[in-house]
Design a binder for this molecule. Structure first.
Ligand code: XMP
Length: 517
């Protein structure tokens, strides 16, 4: 067990995730936990996270320096690094010189922590104060133009730290540094795997729901809800009911995939509610993007509530009560909504428009501490088919917000075909995992003149919107290989009669968003 002491919510989960990647089990504890309590858990090592404040700021979070002499190895990052320096008699100065973002660092003495790492590399910094003198017994390993002491270690004492953030993607060799601490300085064994995560979650869910409780889960067809449902199903078996709302705005084969593949892989109890007429009627004449979202969100809630009442009704007859709602909330969702521990409010992004607040459910969120790629690994671990586990994100309002203009059944059919071709070609090119997602957008109110088979056409354009992203908060337009674009364009214009032009969106986010509406 490695404890990650949280001094600022932004970093701790990411560090815990990197520790998991180093195949070591970790848990996050608040910095307010007394040191004796931390040590009582007999951690193999303790990591002090970064934090938002200066160690000199009023009310700055701190930690009892006895932690550094307890004999348990400690690694400090950024703020944690400064706490370690100060706690052991080093010097932290308030120089006013700040470093933010990408910073070159020079390794003067690799020691154990920076062994095999290039002498010059780039790290991600975010600090105002700097360590100006390392504590006694420590070797200074690296510096920057602003920070004389940017990394240090005292291997005999099991202590080390870096001023930068090794956990963030932009830091070169960050994972290596962390692993050197964990494996070489702290001597942690590499035994932690996704299997452990799944088992631990199953155990937790059983505890939360008990031996009698029942749960309900809304499946969206996306990875998150599918994996969440699969974990809960493992934990409580047929005391879980899944509801899948087929609103007619889904991609080709999506409903079938959930009905067939997901059920086959999990054996989950599934209630499919087919209600495309209802959605199309509600969407008739609606062209404004926000209005569309509202209509879809509203109808979704109504259908879900009706389905839930039905499931509840059936359960009530058996004298049971559905008390738990399973959500596929991921860690980035939690961070975005500013939440830490405790119950979360359901984000509107998550379940089309958001479920009503007065739903009397306790939430079960087995993926709350994980990132998307970890969720995919959990899904694989649970034996879910690759088509579900590796599918690209798809918005709750579905194709409804990818038709610019009114949503009609005909237009949905056209877009569904074009989208299926684009997805097929992306998969064929082996790009599914490089491309974050590639919406295909139908400009339904635009027409252009074309020529096909010696005849004039007057059809609609579609826009391909391939993007790369880490978390969908920002995105870059993806440089799709020309051959792939060519195949998609040729096939769509040949196979979908109403489309005579294929265009590519080359806008990053910001300023564009990923979806067009
Ligand atoms: P934007 O268009 O805001 O999209 O850049 C960011 C990510 O969120 C997805 N998205 C949604 N997902 N419900 C969802 O579940 C929604 O209402 C919704 N709107 C956008 C989008 O596909 C992208 O991955």
């Amino acid at each position: 067990l490695v404890l990650v002491v949280d001094f600022g919510a932004q970093y701790a989960q990411l560090i815990a995730r990197r520790v998991r990647e180093a195949r070591v089990y970790s848990e996050i504890v608040p910095h307010t936990m007394p040191v004796e309590e931390m040590l009582a858990r007999r951690p193999k090592a303790i990591i002090l996270s970064g934090g938002p404040s200066s160690v000199y700021a009023e009310g700055a979070p701190s930690i009892d320096p006895s932690i550094f002499t307890s004999g348990t190895p400690v690694f400090g990052m950024c703020y944690g690094f400064q706490l370690m320096a100060r706690g052991l008699g080093g010097e932290v100065s308030h120089t006013g010189a700040r470093e933010y973002g990408r910073t070159p660092v020079a390794v003067s003495e690799p020691g154990t922590l920076l062994a095999d790492i290039p002498a010059e590399h780039t790290v991600w910094m975010s600090h105002g104060d700097s360590v100006s003198a390392a504590p006694e017994g420590f070797t200074v390993l690296a510096s920057t133009t602003v920070t004389p002491v940017a990394a240090f270690e005292n291997v005999a004492a099991g202590l080390a730290g870096v001023q930068w953030h090794p956990e963030v993607m932009h830091t070169q060799h960050g994972q290596q540094v962390l692993e050197h601490f964990l494996h070489r300085i702290a001597g942690c064994r590499q035994t932690w795997t996704m299997v452990n995560i799944v088992e631990e979650q199953i155990e937790r869910i059983r505890e939360q729901i008990g031996t009698e409780g029942r749960a309900i889960c809304g499946l969206s067809g996306g990875v998150d809800s599918a994996v969440a449902a699969a974990v809960v199903q493992r934990a409580i078996g047929d005391r879980l009911d899944c509801v899948f709302v087929d609103h007619g705005l889904l991609r080709k084969g999506e409903a079938e995939q959930v009905e067939r593949d997901f059920v086959a892989a999990t054996g989950v109890k599934l209630h499919v509610v087919e209600c495309s007429d209802r959605f199309l009627t509600a969407l008739a004449g609606v062209t404004d993007p926000e209005e569309k979202r509202k209509v879809i969100g509203r109808e979704f809630i109504r259908v879900f509530e009706a389905a839930e009442a039905e499931v509840l009704g059936a359960a009530a007859q058996e004298g049971e009560k559905v008390a738990f709602l399973v959500q596929g909330t991921l860690y980035p969702d939690v961070v975005e909504s500013g939440g830490g521990a405790g119950t979360s409010n359901i984000k509107s992004h998550h379940n089309v428009g958001g479920l009503p607040e007065d739903l009397e459910f306790e939430l079960v969120e087995p993926l709350r501490t994980l990132f998307k790629d970890e969720v995919r690994l959990v899904g694989e671990q649970l034996g879910l088919p690759a088509e579900i586990v590796h599918r690209q994100p798809f918005p709750g309002p579905g194709l409804g917000i990818r038709i610019i203009g009114e949503v009609t059944r005909d237009r949905l059919d056209i877009l569904r075909e074009a989208d299926a071709i684009a997805r097929e070609e992306l998969t064929r090119a082996g790009l599914d995992r490089d491309i974050w997602q590639m919406p295909v957008v139908l400009l339904a109110d635009v027409r252009s003149v074309g020529v096909q088979g010696d005849g004039r056409t007057y059809g609609h354009p579609v826009v391909l919107r391939p993007v790369t992203s880490e978390d969908a908060m920002t995105a870059d337009w993806a440089r799709l290989p020309y051959e792939v674009m060519e195949r998609i364009s040729t096939r769509i214009t040949n196979e979908v009669a109403e489309i005579n032009r294929v265009t590519v969106d080359v806008t990053s986010k910001p300023p564009g968003t990923i979806e067009w509406e």
